[in-house]
Design a binder for this molecule. Structure first.
Ligand SMILES: [Zn+2]
Length: 93
């Protein structure tokens, strides 16, 4: 049921083309503002790497790609995901 074709997307920071499933997706949802992973609207993609996150934040790449303000909280969530030891706690839900 998975689509076998790789869908390539470009990271807004390093401009690398990668399989969509490997990238973080930031969406400018038409109703709920800027969302991560899911939503309807314009999307920007980012490598799950500190360097790309830093670059995107410093140069406002997500803001430019989405043409809207991106709240710091969104970037904070991504930054949290880079920490290897947050997964164990978050798993229990
Ligand atoms: Zn990148």
């Amino acid at each position: 049921m998975n689509d076998a074709r790789p869908v390539l997307r470009r990271c807004v920071a390093c401009r690398e083309l990668l399989d969509r499933s490997l990238l973080w997706r930031v969406i400018r949802d038409h109703r709920d503002g800027v969302l991560l992973d899911q939503g309807m609207g314009r999307s920007a993609y980012l490598c799950p790497q500190e360097s790309c996150l830093e670059e995107a934040q410093r140069r406002k790449r997500l803001q430019k790609a989405l043409r809207c303000q991106v709240p710091d909280s969104v970037l904070e969530v991504l930054r949290e995901r880079l920490k290897p030891d947050t997964g164990s706690d978050a798993e229990a839900r």
